[in-house]
Each structure stands twice: as structure tokens, then as C-alpha cells.
Design a protein around this ligand. Structure first.
Ligand SMILES: Nc1ncnc2c1ncn2[C@@H]1O[C@H](COP(=O)(O)OP(=O)(O)O)[C@@H](O)[C@H]1O
Ligand SMILES: [Mg+2]
Length: 242
């Protein structure tokens, strides 16, 4: 982490809670089930930086590029020009796997290390200030043993800690489970956790966001009601349930 500097997320309530933003250089786990808004929130975070001229990289592994772009173009915060001019670089990790000859069922510890080196090189070459890996869960799918997964996640943590960019890692979790990640270790390499969930109220499912942890920041752990509209992710105080 870079002491004192803040990375504004562009999501007002988070920035206010964080006294101006997430500490620069932090790794934040964005955990939630499918459709909870992880990809949208992460891209909104990158676009916010890009508008201020900060370069960023979005590594996607859950969705092919054309599908991702198709979904994002519907949001007002998404500015395709910032992708076209190289401020935001979106990379389909499956293409990298193919180029590295890793398009196999499973890969070895060495393959995984080589993959991390490639990610590091790309982020450095592009001088990225913000980084997203969507998702860390899918990135670990092809590692066959728990030990390999643990080793890989810790290496990923070491690599991210050494970088000066602020990183969002998405984590896929089953709905309504008190869990932050599939392997239960992703949270240990993370300085912060944003938990996306939902609660049922009056027969309606309300999206929620909770800042579960953020190292170096005194924040509240209140749940916010989260809305996704064409403006992207917006938070509002969640009124107490009756
Ligand atoms: N333009 C939009 N307006 C309102 N909601 C949207 C819009 N686009 C997507 N959504 C909502 O966002 C959800 C997808 O969010 P996404 O960020 O892809 O989730 P995740 O990455 O966690 O699977 C969809 O389920 C949909 O309900
Ligand atoms: Mg997604």
C-alpha cells in the first residue's frame, strides 16, 4: 500500500466511508454471487480512474470480450473512447491461455507462475494504476489441488502487494452463504472486502453492499442498499427492517 494516497472509486458512499477512496495499492476482493453486480462495479471503478487519465487493465475470464462490451455499453459510465484510446485495456485471459499453450484442462504450478508473470508484465508495460481480475475464482478453476490453489493465490497476493496499482479481484460465491470466496483463502491476500448480497423484503430481493474490511481505514460495516441502473451501481442507506 502507498501510505496516505487514496484511490477514488467513483461510488460516492464508498469514497465517503473511506475518507476519499481506497488506499492506493490495496487489493480488494469484490465477493458476490452470479448477477450480483461484481463486473459492473469493477468497470465503473476503472472508468472513474480513466476519466482522470489513470490507465487500467481489466482481465476477464468469465465472459468473452464481445459479450462483456455488449453489456457494458448500456451503462452511462462506460465510455468506449477510453477503451479505444488505450486508457482502459480489456484482456480476455483465455486468449492469453491459448497463446501460452495453457488451453488445457488443468495446469501445473509452473504454468500458473508463468501466467502471473505475464499478468505482471502487461500491468507494468501499460503503467496501470488500476487492475481488475474478473474472476479470481475462475482463474483458479484449472488448478486441481487445494495445495496448488493456495500456492497460486499467495503468489498472486505477493505480486499484487509489490505493485502500486489498486486492484479489484472478483470472487464468485453461492447466494446467501456467509462466505467471501470459493477457496476461503482469497480474503487473506486482500486488504479489503466488498460483499455484494441481497436480502428479501416484502417479497422483493434487494441488492446489498457491505464494506466488510478495509485495512488502514476506520469505516462502518453497515449494509447499503445497492441499485443497478443505466447509471451503474448506486448505494443508499438500507433502512432498518421492521
Ligand atoms: N442497464 C441495466 N440496468 C439495470 N440493471 C442492469 C443493467 N445491466 C445489468 N443490470 C443488472 O446487473 C446484473 C449483472 O451484473 P454483473 O455486474 O454482470 O454481475 P456479476 O458480475 O456479479 O455476475 C444483471 O443481473 C442485471 O440485473
Ligand atoms: Mg461478472
Amino acid at each position: 500500500m502507498v501510505v496516505g494516497e487514496k484511490c477514488e472509486t467513483g461510488i460516492k458512499e464508498i469514497d465517503v466511508q473511506m475518507n476519499g477512496g481506497i488506499p492506493v495499492g490495496s487489493t480488494v476482493l469484490v465477493a458476490g454471487s452470479s448477477g450480483s453486480g461484481k463486473t459492473t462495479l469493477c468497470m465503473q471503478f476503472l472508468m472513474h480512474g480513466a476519466r482522470k487519465g489513470e490507465k487500467s487493465v481489466f482481465f476477464t475470464i468469465t465472459e468473452p470480450l464481445f459479450k462483456l462490451l455488449g453489456n457494458l455499453e448500456k451503462f452511462e459510465f462506460f465510455d468506449k473512447r477510453l477503451v479505444d484510446n488505450g486508457t482502459v485495456t480489456i484482456i480476455d485471459l483465455r486468449i492469453i491461455f491459448e497463446r501460452m499453450g495453457l488451453d488445457t484442462e488443468d495446469y501445473t504450478v509452473e504454468d500458473a507462475s508463468a501466467l502471473l508473470d505475464v499478468l505482471k508484465d502487461i500491468a507494468k508495460e501499460l503503467n496501470a494504476k488500476r487492475l481488475v481480475i474478473d474472476s479470481v475464482t475462475a482463474l483458479c478453476y484449472r488448478l486441481k489441488s487445494d495445495e496448488m490453489i493456495r500456492d497460486f493465490i499467495f503468489k498472486l497476493g505477493t505480486f499484487l502487494a509489490a505493485m502500486e496499482c489498486t486492484t479489484f479481484l472478483t470472487s464468485e460465491i453461492p447466494p446467501r452463504k456467509f462466505k467471501y470466496s470459493k477457496n476461503d483463502i482469497e480474503e487473506f491476500i486482500s486488504d479489503g472486502i466488498l460483499l455484494l448480497g441481497d436480502i428479501e423484503r416484502g417479497g422483493d430481493l434487494i441488492r446489498t453492499l457491505q464494506i466488510v474490511k478495509m485495512r488502514g481505514v476506520n469505516h462502518s460495516r453497515t449494509k447499503y442498499a445497492m441499485n443497478i441502473s443505466s447509471r451503474g451501481v448506486e448505494l443508499a442507506p438500507l433502512l432498518k427492517m421492521r
